[in-house]
Design a protein. Structure first.
Length: 86
């Protein structure tokens, strides 16, 4: 797997932040531990997490298979996954 550039990671984080702001407006992406459980830190229930994944997929025009959801559990892993796929 190729390393992602800082610009790709930043772009992926921006997409996550945009979608997350609509689902959990109180979640402050800048203050979330990038390696912590995103669902827990942003106080997302399972439906919110699904909405987050679907919103990201729609915004980027990607298909994110359910088998890959475990790669979206932290902000850092989600940004790396999206940077790799975008």
């Amino acid at each position: 797997m190729a390393d992602n550039s800082p610009a790709e990671i930043a772009a992926a984080r921006a997409v996550i932040g945009d979608v997350l702001a609509r689902i959990a407006p109180d979640a402050d992406l800048d203050n979330l531990d990038p390696n912590g459980d995103l669902q827990q830190l942003a106080d997302l229930d399972s439906m919110d997490f699904l909405a987050l994944v679907e919103g990201i997929a729609a915004k980027l025009g990607l298909d994110i298979p359910e088998a890959d959801y475990d790669q979206l559990t932290t902000l850092a892993s989600a940004a790396a996954y999206l940077a790799q796929r975008a």
